[in-house]
Design a protein around this ligand. Sequence first.
Ligand code: ADP
Length: 267
Amino acid sequence: MIVVKVGGSAGIDYDAVCADLAQRWKAGEKLILVHGGSGETNRVAEALGHPPRFVTSPSGYTSRFTDRQTLEIFEMVYCGKMNKGIVERLQRLGVNAVGLSGLDGRIFEGRHKDSVRIVEDGKTKILRGDHTGTVEKVNTGLIDLLLAGGYLPVLTPPASSYEGVAINVDGDRAAAALAVALKADALLLLSNVPGLLRAFPDESSLIREIPAADVESYLEFAQDRMKKKVLGAAEAVQGGVKRVIFGDARAGEPISAALGGAGTVVS
Ligand code: ADP
C-alpha cells in the first residue's frame, strides 16, 4: 500500500498526479490519495469577504485560524471543489474513485482544540473559537470496504472530533497517521517544491536522503508549513512506515518519480 498526499499550493499539476495514479492503480498497485486545498481556500475566502487568518504558535508553527465561517469555506473547497475535481479526473481516466472527508465514517478522528496560543506583535495571546485539532486515530473500516470493492479512496480534511464536530487538521500529518494505520510501504508528500531544501527557495539545495532516525533534526531547514511535513515524516517512520518521500508534483509523473528516488527520501 502506498499513501500519496498531494498538497494545495500553487503550481501543483493535478492532471499529472491523477494520470500517474491511474496508471499505477490499473497495473494493480494499491494506493490511497489524500489531498489539500490551501491555495484555493485562500482565494475563495478572499472572494467571500472572509480572508484567511494565519497564526504562529510560540514554537513557530503556522496554522490557519479556523472559526466556524472559515471551517465552512474550508469544507466548500476541500470537500467540494478540490475533492470532486480530483474524483472527476480519476473517473475520466477509468478509475472508480470515491471522495470522502475525514468526517465521513470518522476516518480521521482527533481532539478538538478550541483555543490556540499565538504570538502576535511579540506578545503571546489566546484565541478562542478555533475548529482545529490533530488526527489521533484513523478508523480504517470504511477504507477497507472501499478497497475490497475496487474503489480508490480520495481523502481530505476536515477530521471529526471525538464529539463529532468537524475540525481542521493538517493534511500531511493526517496522511502520515493513515500510512501508519494501513501499514503502508511508503508515504509520498507531494508539493510544489523538489523536496526538502537546505536553503529554501534555492532548488539546487535539495536534501536527497535523510536517515529515519534523524528526521526531526532536519526541522531546522523547514520554514512555516514545511515543518508539518517533516513532523509528519517523523511520525510515519516512527510508526513503522519504511519510506517517506517529499516529492515534486508540478509536472511529469510525480508518483513514479518520487518512488524512483527523486526528491527527499526519508528511510
Ligand atoms: P502543500 O499545501 O502543497 O502541501 P505547503 O505549502 O504546506 O504545501 O508546504 C510546502 C511549502 O513549504 C513550499 O511551497 C515552500 O514554500 C515551503 N517551504 C518552507 N521551507 C522549505 C524548505 N526548506 N524546503 C522546501 N519547501 C519549503
